[in-house]
Design a protein around this ligand. Sequence first.
Ligand SMILES: Cc1cc2nc3c(=O)[nH]c(=O)nc-3n(C[C@H](O)[C@H](O)[C@H](O)COP(=O)(O)OP(=O)(O)OC[C@H]3O[C@@H](n4cnc5c(N)ncnc54)[C@H](O)[C@@H]3O)c2cc1C
Length: 437
Amino acid sequence: MFNKYQTYEQHDNEKISFYRSSIENLNSKDELNTDIDVDVCVIGGGLTGISSALNLIKKGYSVALCEARKIGWGASGRNGGQLGIGMRKDQYTVEKMLGLSHAKELWNLGIESVADVKSLIKENNIDCHLVNGVMSTACFEKDIDEYKFEIEHMSKNYQFEGYKFFNKSEIKYEIDSDIYLAGMLNSGSYHLNPLKLTISLAKLINKNVKIFENNPALKFYEKNDRVEVITKKGIIKANKVVVACNGYLDSLLRSQKNKFIPINNYIVATEPLGEKKAKEIIRNNYAVCDTRFIIDYYRFSEDWRMIFGGGETFTSRFAKDSESFVTKRMIKVFPQLKKYKIDYSWGGTLAITVNRLPHFGSIMNNKLIYAFGYSGHGLALSVLAGKLIAEHINGDSDRFKFFSDINHMSIPFGSLLRRPIYSSAILYYKIRDYLNS
Ligand SMILES: Cc1cc2nc3c(=O)[nH]c(=O)nc-3n(C[C@H](O)[C@H](O)[C@H](O)COP(=O)(O)OP(=O)(O)OC[C@H]3O[C@@H](n4cnc5c(N)ncnc54)[C@H](O)[C@@H]3O)c2cc1C
């Protein structure tokens, strides 16, 4: 029953991440010694699951959460830390996909998601080193016109004035690399230490929510109008179940397996450079992501390490040599970092959808609710997802529907072809990135 190669087990052979070294695990004392009964059982201890639990207890529901490993084990505790407004795709593309009014609702929800995270941090004195500003950096000539178009479009149609254009010399002044042609600053977005946020929020809910770590859900079924979740350590009986496993979902929700592709993405952290050196590299301490299909994204940590992410694999196993290929990418951008030691190297799994928008929905006559597929843009959206899931469970589905109404293409022939299709696409874009760079 316990499959050795389930996604959440792929990371067992990893070295510790920088984030893991920066905060102690939650180490919940809760143990599932006997079967229990709750209003809602949440599966997955990342930000989607924790935010769902947080918002549900605020509404008076009793909640239990089970996590296959430790809280923050998944992408929520491993990511690039970029807390972005908007969706994974630019707003104009979202308009073309969904129409103007639906796209505007998503834009507003994207703004709300970042505002919510900021409020949670402030109200609960969460020490996760929030810093303002995310810079997009142009690798291709066409990006320059696209930046200009987006800035004007967002100002005219959304009254959003948070974007600012940087030409070649201006971007070189901000980011000390020779490879960029221009930049666009997003001052509505931020960066932070994601595991500190995740564990701090888990601590907050653990006063009212039983958190069962090292306790994977194995299957569930409907019984007498309720759901029984069979976990490794016992049965949790609930009126509703929230499945919040994102890239680690595997086949837990068989009906949704063809709606996403799990991707492994990798990060390295250098030794600390010191504030002075770090600010020679990124003058205003922004987070940065570039415009390639397989993006480079990076920022400085609270102790001035370069945290550099880039490079993806799409096989069902986790790459063991990620340090070398991510470091190579980093040196290409910043040759001056060659002399610094790599202290940490790790990776994580995310779920991408064909249209890059998150996939929300429900099955089992609305007794089981899910949200996944943030496509690499889930730090803020996962926190929002928890809020919308709680609203939905509480009988107000208006805002949940802005996501659940989105039509998601299935990947043809599902598990059989999704990896070959994606690997061909990656190869195509890798060649395109290479030829254009
Ligand atoms: C390397 C990397 C970099 C990223 N960078 C960024 C970024 O800079 N900005 C951004 O916005 N987004 C980024 N993302 C995406 C973002 O991290 C995710 O979208 C978000 O964290 C998803 O949160 P989640 O709670 O839905 O899933 P996760 O945080 O992945 O949590 C899912 C949890 O479910 C658990 N689980 C799985 N199966 C079971 C089971 N059967 N029973 C119980 N528990 C189970 C897993 O152990 C895991 O802890 C990145 C992702 C990765 C991997």
